[in-house]
Design a protein around this ligand. Sequence first.
Ligand code: PLP
Length: 442
Amino acid sequence: MNVSEVKTTGLKPGNSDWQSRKDAAFPRAVGNLAPVFIERARNAELWDVEGKRYIDFGTGIAVCSTGHTNPKVTEAVQEQLQRFSHTCLGITPYGSAVELAEKLNELAPGNTQKKTMFVTTGAEAVENCIKIARAFTGRRGVIAFNGGFHGRTMMALGLTGKVAPYKTMFGPLPGEIYHVPFPIEYHGVTLGQTLRALETLFKVSIAPADVAAIIVEPVQGEGGFYPASNEFLQALRKLCDEHGIVLIADEIQSGFARTGKFFCCEYAGVEPDLMTVAKGVAGGFPLAAVVGKADMMDAPLPGGLGGTYAGSPIGCVAALAVIDLIAEENLLDRANQIGSLFESRLNQLQQEYPGVIGDIRARRGAMIAMELVKNGDPDQPDPNLTTALVTKAWQNGLILLSCGIRGNVIRFLPALTISDDLVKEGMETVTRCLNELLTSGC
Ligand SMILES: Cc1ncc(COP(=O)(O)O)c(C=O)c1O
């Protein structure tokens, strides 16, 4: 159906009408998981243009952690909109940005004095971490991990440790980036192997004295929801201290209460030098930040950091409301309760379908995953079942996301404000869909 047909029929376009128009208007590289066009959303539920309701276990990829259209966030934004929407922080600043920077500096792990700069997206925060680390150290190299995801801009893409679809056809990517294995016990990669790979890298490819930064996700997100162990993060801290390397924690997905702490690296008692913040920080409004040790943050020259929309007043007031909500509604504890609820249901499922759910990862708040395999074998991933489950789920009113370097992980990222009843209802849908797929021989 073309645009004029939709207009002239006078009928309200449905999901398939919008999908056809989207397919015609967007490049194929900008896909969507479900042909479901959203009309409204409230807390942990969505309604599409045809009036169908969905439970949301994805929160727009870990963004709406305080729930869709949270009244407190909406009110703060509406109030801000009455006053002004943009003046540019680099031209005529405003108090909400200062207040938010002060709060983030306080909340960041560790006692070293911190400073904060704002940008708009996660990838931009990653880019700026590398700029700051290079300016501070005067060094060129950056080390990242296999399976890591850091965004889609060129440097972030270079740091990302997964080729298809992110890097395919987009080279040449920036140089001086080195990848080493991320320790994942379930896949037989030990911490010892990772540390030996770093030693080898320092002998074979780049001297530690030339390395500006190591960037790590405290829980690998897109790569498959693999948590970095406390020992791993502590070992990286020690290595960085020994060699004067900047340790960057990419907390874009794992931060802001998602894992039951404000920032996930708190579990390891590790203070990163620089930290990225995005996604859940502003309850659905585009805001991202780099929070870091003050001396490092001050390394670039005046005017060297910023952007037209960096630290938009809309995002800043939304983030201030989110911080209040996390405290008022005790969302750190709630994240852990949600994790336990999922874990007990997933353990049951694992027993009901032996050999299908290879691993359950539910020990970091509401950043929960199950890895789907064949014959209980970690080396026999089942990406087909994973994709089929995601599809069947949305057809049955549940938004589920997948991830993983092998495409065989279901990740659960519900709002931290979701009710127990909705978690149970959503997990009943997962069970029913899995059962139907397995009995039909998928
Ligand atoms: C750990 C991590 N870093 C960086 C990014 C990039 O963020 P954005 O998509 O906002 O650029 C993401 C997005 O999923 C992420 O999960």
